[in-house]
Design a protein around this ligand. Structure first.
Ligand code: AMP
Length: 250
């Protein structure tokens, strides 16, 4: 079973992003970029399936700028076998990514596609669902546990009221949630080894996919600045008095 994993290059989750002065978009210039954290979890899950002898090959894919090669190399250092970059300088949109992944699924004859539940830059949470619809494959979203056996994927899903367990017949699409696993740190030897692993470039034209945007970003605004809310009180008695007289909650 070949697994395709989508990895997106996004702004590092520790970076506080700012809106451009003209409010046209978020300013991405000179920011630290990283692999989308949920995609790191998807790579880890796929590599574990390979280590368990369930998957035959793990192929990581990114639709993004040349620099996304670094992101792919990181996934290779975690244990993926091969990488494919579909070069695109603009902001990738979920439908375009889903169409690209569909074309790569056919090219690679992959049986399982693993994605993050969402990209932390656009917060769309759409790509996996769109891909499953385009492929007409079953999907398990928000996976917090995963078992693959006998041509089936058992997915425990995190839902509002608790956990739901579903079985999907392969081939299938799975999008992963935070609690699925803890991604490994790539060791220095594996980083060195990753430099020699194959990283192929395939253009959108070769795949017959149009990546041009269908959405127009009208404006971006900073969230309102929070008012300072806390007051330090000296004693419990003072707290009780304030709750009674000022907050009127007692
Ligand atoms: P989204 O629907 O944008 O929130 O993204 C959900 C998931 O789709 C991500 O966690 C990735 O696994 C995958 N994905 C989205 N955009 C890309 C991209 N440009 N390249 C590769 N994978 C992507």
């Amino acid at each position: 079973m070949k697994i395709l994993v989508g990895v997106k290059r996004v702004v590092d989750h520790n970076v506080k992003v700012r809106v451009k002065a003209d409010g046209s978009a978020v300013d991405l210039d000179n920011l630290k970029m990283a692999i989308n954290p949920f995609d790191e979890i998807a790579v880890e899950a796929a590599v574990r399936l390979k280590e368990a002898g369930i998957a035959s090959e793990v192929v990581v894919v990114s639709i993004g700028p040349e620099k996304a090669q670094d992101t792919l190399r990181q996934a290779l250092a975690m244990g993926a076998d091969r990488a494919i970059l579909v070069p695109y300088a603009g902001l990738s949109e979920p439908l375009a990514v889903a169409k690209t992944l569909k074309a790569l699924v056919a090219k690679e004859a992959a049986q399982l596609v693993m994605l993050g539940k969402q990209a932390i830059d656009d917060d769309c949470n759409q790509t996996g669902q769109m891909l499953a619809a385009l492929l007409d494959w079953p999907q398990g979203t928000f996976a917090s546990e995963l078992k693959v056996a006998d041509g089936q994927v058992e997915v425990v899903r995190e839902i509002d009221g608790g956990l739901e367990t579903i079985a999907l017949a392969l081939p299938a699409v799975v999008s992963v949630d935070l609690r699925l696993n803890e991604p490994r740190f790539a060791s220095l030897p594996s980083i060195m080894k990753a430099k020699k692993k194959p990283l192929e470039q395939v253009t959108a034209e070769e795949l017959g996919v149009d990546l041009s945007p269908r959405l127009e970003l009208l404006s971006a605004v900073e969230p309102p600045v929070r008012q300072a809310g806390g007051v330090l009180v000296a004693t419990a008695a003072e707290l009780v008095a304030k709750l009674k007289t000022e907050a009127a909650v007692l």
